[in-house]
Write a protein that binds this ligand. Structure first.
Ligand code: AGP
Length: 609
């Protein structure tokens, strides 16, 4: 959950590195730094704070060089501070390293190196890497790196430069992502493709236990045993413009409004409007093996977990296959009763979440079929799963997931229909009504978003509250969970999502006029029971803000305020009911002056366990 970047080429590396770090800032932003080589000297500049603080610090400096590294940090070992900011140096100060991941055995390594006379100046795990490479350096930086790596335990994407072997960036990957950018006589390394996009669309994704050596003349690749390896080049389809804010105040708001198109893009080419047939051949799913599956296990974290809970209702309702949804971080401690009759679906928009990757790896020996649902092509989880269904949400910069959630719902609805058709539970004709409802969803999302300005004023009236309860039943229960997560992660206001029926088993004790309840209550099979829950809240002087269908004539008499969304097939209502909850969270946070796109303590991709 840090961001690393490296450059070697004809340009002054400093602006390239700083601009690149801005595009990585959503991965971690409690400190930042860069290092460049010039005339055999390594120059380093680091700050506690954000990239803009680093920029301010660089304004008066003469830092320049054509080879360098940059890093933006999300602290794991060592508090956020200038001295703990990367890049970290060896004793001689002629070699520096930037690192994303965790070195689990850094303490014994540090003690051993100190006993050998190495001097440490930081509290970080990363610094051991600089000293390990230093003690192996005999002129070839890649050889020194390669000989140092076997001593490391843990996860790392690490990049190193040395004044002793200038004009060279060496990067090694074992766990967190690292991607090489191939420009015209200039080469880049980065934690993800965003910083590379503005320079080149030609990329090479490193696999675990691979090393890339970026030099003026090109890039070489070797494995951890030093054997040269061939790597295939990918051509990126994303454009820099897709990353810009396009006039929105925050990326998160832009991405909320992109959701209708994102759902369209994810459905496009995979579903037939005329026949209702779903086509997922591109995923690599084995249709014959799928006919035998008896159970689906969905594994994910955070918002992706909430999408998985919605997917459970899709798959059970349409394909009549039982679904279990598990937190990735918990799944690994279970007795894995998996076999080839089970489909494991790992949902991860980044494709790099360590907990989810580890859970996927834990299923490998079981013989279960595996499918990744991810938004980043060639990221680790899609690469290691047996099949992959990509969402087409485009780059999501806001740390709070919004459009990738909707894209995941679209992907899961396709999967549910595909399984229903494969298992003979639905044929093309009987699929048609739900398919047509699904294809109408983007338009109905647009209708709501086009008329959503009132959410800003509404949110203003709730700034005074410090606690919120979100309730939903059936397919709206995960929506309540996701709405609560959105509010707490960007506005730092406490919010709990709860199954409506569970409220009377405890949380009702919290209800009073100081704790508003947001009730997600579309016209569905749980409507009447949700109305009872609302009455229970009102009876205890609780304020109720309901999210309901626009054709619901009854709800207004029972609640304090209603946010109306276009009515849809109730099974598909999460596509609509999540929108006001996302906007509510956004406007509360924005009005509070919170850092909406980069909330404190969070990172876009949690690549440590
Ligand atoms: C959601 O807004 C958060 N950014 C976080 O919960 C996120 O959903 C979670 O870390 C999973 O990320 P992934 O989808 O990239 O695996």
């Amino acid at each position: 959950m840090c961001g690393i970047i490296g450059y070697v080429g004809p340009q002054n590396a400093v602006p390239v590195l700083v601009e690149g770090l801005k595009k990585l800032e959503y991965r971690g932003y409690d400190s930042a730094g860069i290092a460049v080589i010039k005339e055999g000297q390594i120059q380093v500049k680091r700050v506690k704070g954000k990239i803009r603080d680093l920029e301010d610090c660089l304004k008066d400096s003469v830092l320049e060089g054509s080879c360098g590294l940059g890093h933006t940090r999300w602290a794991t070992h060592g508090r956020p501070s200038e001295e703990n900011a990367h890049p970290h140096r060896d004793c001689s100060g002629t070699l520096v390293v930037v690192h994303n991941g965790i070195i689990e055995n850094y303490l014994p390594l540090r003690e051993k190196l100190q006993a050998e006379g190495h001097t440490f100046v930081t509290e970080t795990d990363t610094e051991v890497i600089a000293h390990l490479v230093e003690r192996r350096f005999e002129g070839s930086l890649e050889e020194a790196v390669r000989k140092a790596l076997p001593e490391l335990q843990g996860a790392y994407a690490v990049a190193i430069i040395s004044a002793g072997d200038p004009d060279k960036v060496v990067v090694a990957k074992s766990g967190p992502p690292a991607v090489v950018g191939l420009g015209k006589d200039e080469f880049f390394i980065s934690s993800d493709i965003n910083p590379i996009l503005s320079h080149t669309s030609r990329v090479v994704f490193l696999e675990d236990r691979e090393i890339a050596i970026l030099e003026r003349g090109g890039v070489r690749y070797v494995d951890f045993d030093g054997r040269p390896i061939g790597k295939t080049e990918d051509q990126l389809s994303w454009t820099p413009l897709m990353i810009e804010k396009k006039g929105f105040k925050h990326f998160m708001l832009k991405e909320i409004f992109e959701q209708p198109q994102v759902v369209r893009d994810t459905l496009q080419g995979r579903i037939s409007q005329g026949s209702g047939k779903v086509y997922l051949d591109e995923t690599g799913l084995d249709a014959v093996a799928l006919q035998e599956i008896q159970r689906v296990v969905i594994i994910a974290c955070g918002t992706s977990y909430h999408a998985g809970l919605v997917g459970k209702y899709f798959i059970e309702s349409l394909a009549l296959i039982p679904v279990a949804v598990e937190y990735a971080s918990e799944f690994r401690y279970q007795d894995l009763m998996l076999d080839k009759k089970i489909l494991v679906v790992v949902i991860s928009q980044s494709g790099e979440t360590a907990d989810s990757l580890a859970a996927l790896r834990a299923t490998k020996k079981s013989g279960a079929l595996t499918l990744a649902i991810s938004n980043v092509v060639n990221s680790s989880i899609p690469r290691e799963a047996g099949a992959v269904l990509y969402t087409h949400a485009g780059p999501e910069i806001g740390v709070a997931a919004t459009k990738t959630f909707s894209a995941q719902l679209a992907a899961l609805s396709l999967l549910a229909l595909f399984l229903a058709q494969i298992k003979g539970r639905m044929d093309d004709e009987s699929s048609l009504p739900i398919v047509q409802d699904l294809l109408r969803v983007p338009h109905q999302m647009e209708r709501f978003l086009a008329d959503s300005r009132r959410l800003e004023d509404l949110a203003q009236r709730f700034l005074v509250f410090s606690h919120f309860l979100y309730l939903g039943r059936w397919v709206s229960f995960p929506v309540a969970l996701e709405g609560a997560l959105k509010l707490k992660e960007i506005s730092y206001v406490h919010a709990e999502g709860y199954a409506g029926g569970e409220m009377k088993h405890g949380p009702i004790a919290l209800i009073d006029e100081k704790m508003p309840t947001l009730a997600v209550i579309p016209r569905d099979r749980a409507y009447d029971k949700m109305m009872s829950n609302i009455s229970e809240v009102k009876a205890r002087l609780g304020y109720v803000l309901a999210v309901a269908f626009d054709n619901d004539q009854e709800i207004a008499r029972h609640v304090d305020e209603v946010i109306r969304v276009p009515s849809v097939n109730s099974l598909l209502s999460p596509f609509l009911t999540i929108l006001p909850l996302q906007l509510f969270a956004y406007y509360v946070a924005a009005r509070k002056g919170a850092d909406v796109d980069q909330p404190r303590n969070l990172a876009k991709s949690v690549t440590v366990e």
